[in-house]
Design a protein around this ligand. Sequence first.
Ligand SMILES: NC(=O)c1ccc[n+]([C@@H]2O[C@H](COP(=O)([O-])OP(=O)(O)OC[C@H]3O[C@@H](n4cnc5c(N)ncnc54)[C@H](OP(=O)(O)O)[C@@H]3O)[C@@H](O)[C@H]2O)c1
Length: 241
Amino acid sequence: MRRIVLVTGGGNGIGKAVAARFRSGGDTVIITGRDADRLTNTATEIGARPVPCDATDPQQVAQLADDLGADLDVLVNMAGGNTDLHQPDGKGTPLEQVLAAWRANLDGNLLSAVLTTTAVLDKLRPGGSIINIGSIGAEYASTSYGAAKAALAAWTAGLSSTVGTKDVTANLIAPGYIAGTGFFHGQLSEQRRTALINATHNKRVGQPSDIAETTYFLASAGARHITGQTMHVNGGAHTTR
Ligand SMILES: NC(=O)c1ccc[n+]([C@@H]2O[C@H](COP(=O)([O-])OP(=O)(O)OC[C@H]3O[C@@H](n4cnc5c(N)ncnc54)[C@H](OP(=O)(O)O)[C@@H]3O)[C@@H](O)[C@H]2O)c1
């Protein structure tokens, strides 16, 4: 069966690799993002359907759900990133700035996935999969970004218990450092990059394809008994037992 796959944040970076992986498997793929031009270019390149949508905006997410049609098989909540890496506007008192910075990361990384999932949940057919994208940063959550991704992982485990009886799985992939994306906005120093590579067991950067292959597997027939889990993809930079 040709599956219908929605990848939020599919216009570039890891999301583009995920979308391309599902396309190469013959699936129908819809990608979203805020930058309509980039989205259209990517969609043309990989043969996906672009739907501009800010995943933090309830009206735009509701419109996306209306545009999708009745059925969906795979939802990948990729949209996100560390909003602390954007320049703060400097407005308000120091505490108001802290509040705005935390809300931005919670909106961008947690509520974006909650809104999209809620809007399309009824469309997911039996055999379907929800895959949320967390971060290794959740393991060291001293930042609003890490805390938002930790909350996303906790919510994913609970979501699994509510969708399981519909034969839908829900998992979270927590990537380590993945190179070649827009995540760091040019702010990753050579020293920090070297430290991130040295923290892995295999002494290499992660590639978008590492996450694309894991996502594709979690949505496959062979992964139907894997649900409610956080899957770490980080070259050993964070280990679990
Ligand atoms: N790269 C890493 O080392 C790394 C590590 C751990 C986790 N991650 C996570 O992996 C995911 C993808 O990141 P990336 O590395 O591929 O960075 P990226 O190249 O900056 O991609 C982020 C994508 O998310 C989209 N996006 C962001 N906010 C959005 C919103 N409100 N609504 C809709 N789309 C939105 C962006 O498109 P628009 O700007 O057009 O909206 C873009 O397509 C993120 O959730 C990130 O937190 C990345």
